[in-house]
Design a protein around this ligand. Structure first.
Ligand code: IMP
Length: 429
């Protein structure tokens, strides 16, 4: 499948878990390079190839296509142990990775003390975020605090040891303040992580330069976002967000290319909404419906196994995602999960506590927890869609639902996913 631009960004329009991995996997067929630009092992992209299921946390989902080059940009926080665990597992399953994976010399290393601190902070917090416990917040804090350790530092042992020692001591002091004892396990994990340094250095490259020269040579590139718009550090439901910019503009800074190189931005949105972790979720279902859709959609976190909260499609959020990301198109996923519903609801606005109705996504997260969505009801299609491969073959009510999503979100629907398999996709001409 190749209907996309020369440099395409794939972003999540909701709170992550929109099925970006599946869309990236499908679109990779038509590109030469796939690169991640932010986040770390907090992401969990589940991809089905034939009967096989792959869950990828660090390596771009494009890796499952023979011969494609997969890069991790400077905006990523790279968990060196997790990265090689995944790398080796792919090789063990017969995927040829030789010459196919590159990591930015400028990417930040996520080290074992970041994971430890993430868990300790979360366990002792009064206001929990519900993080994935993968060390993401502390690693980005170190980056912004200019204490981080980057891939390129692995080549300078003296500098590396100094920087790691200072950063680790600081973390240990914070852990002590939180009443958490550091154990020998941390030293073992650190030795293990840094022991992989030379192996990682062998994959280090200048990602921005790679992508720019590939584009100049007429090649096609896909930039793969992790998490979603509502988890963006600036634009999401702060503070219940991740610690990176998940939105499309970050694809340029997170890989080292100029924004004018990007010509297409595809937003991935589930046909309903889910959220994992803490924070407001205006269109949440009632408990019975929540359970029903969670079971039908298999809505459990790919990274943590946590049950995801489920709700109706929120077009206020989708419209906001179209604006923040400059979407040129939408990929709507998991439409088939709604096949058995008699009726569906779409949120078109939010009623504020004072009775006014707004159609923009509010900056004030606390008021978002008190809004009541304004719903529009649409008839269900009550027919299976998993085998449909053409838009015209979808039931009329399913098409009407997609049309309404496109209208409310202000972006055309370009792809519809109707199941987890690679083949279960409809390309809208
Ligand atoms: P962190 O990114 O682990 O710090 O978690 C911050 C928030 O983002 C929490 O609510 C997580 O549940 C959420 N989050 C992080 N990564 C993902 C993801 O890949 N999918 C869905 N939610 C995520």
């Amino acid at each position: 499948m190749a209907a996309q631009g020369r440099c395409t960004v794939i972003v999540g329009c909701q709170w992550g878990d929109e099925g970006k991995g599946k869309i990236v996997d499908v679109l990779t067929e038509g590109v030469d390079i796939v690169a991640r630009y932010q986040g770390g092992a907090n992401a969990g992209h589940t991809v089905h190839v034939g009967e096989d299921e792959f869950v990828l946390h660090q390596i771009p989902s494009g890796i499952l296509h023979d011969g494609k080059r997969c890069l991790l940009g400077n905006g990523v926080v790279l968990d060196i142990q997790q990265f090689f665990e995944e790398y080796d597992a792919l090789v063990a399953r017969g995927i040829d990775l030789r010459g196919r994976v590159g990591v930015s010399e400028r990417a930040q290393l996520l080290l074992p003390y970041h994971r430890l601190l993430d868990k300790a902070v979360e366990d002792t917090a009064v206001q929990k975020i519900g993080t994935t416990g993968r060390g993401i917040g502390p690693a980005y804090e170190d980056k912004a605090g200019r204490r981080g350790v980057r891939v390129v530092d692995l080549g300078n042992r003296e500098q590396l040891e100094k920087r790691v020692r200072i950063a680790q001591e600081r973390v240990c002091r914070r852990l002590e303040q939180l009443g958490v004892a550091t154990t020998e396990e941390l030293d073992t994990a650190m030795a293990e992580a840094l022991g992989l340094g030379d192996r990682l250095l062998a994959l280090a490259t200048d990602v921005g330069r790679n992508i720019t020269s590939a584009l100049l040579d007429g090649k096609r590139v896909l930039l793969e976002g992790a998490q979603g718009t509502a988890l963006d550090l600036d634009h999401g439901t702060y503070p219940f967000v991740t610690s990176s910019n998940t939105t499309a503009a970050a694809a340029a800074t997170g890989t080292g290319i100029g924004p004018t190189s990007i010509d297409t931005v595809i937003g991935v949105a589930k046909a309903y909404t889910t959220r994992v972790g803490e924070g407001p979720f205006p269109t949440a279902f009632d408990p019975k419906m929540d359970e029903r859709i969670r079971t039908l959609g298999g809505e459990f976190g790919a990274t943590t196994g946590r049950p995801r909260r489920c709700g109706w499609f929120d077009s206020v959020l989708a419209r906001f995602a179209a604006q923040v990301n400059g979407l040129t198109g939408l990929a709507v996923t998991k439409l088939d999960v709604l096949d058995t519903l008699h009726e569906l609801q779409l949120a078109t606005g939010y009623r504020m506590p004072d009775g006014t109705v707004i159609d923009g996504f509010p900056a004030d997260t606390w008021s978002l927890s008190r809004v009541v969505p304004v719903y529009e009801t649409l008839p269900g299609w009550e027919e299976p869609t998993g085998e449909v491969r053409k838009l015209e073959s979808l039931p009329a009510n399913a098409r009407a639902y997609l049309d309404r999503i496109a209208e409310l979100a202000n972006a055309p629907v370009r792809w519809v996913s109707v199941g987890s398999k690679r083949s279960q996709i409809i390309e809208v001409a």
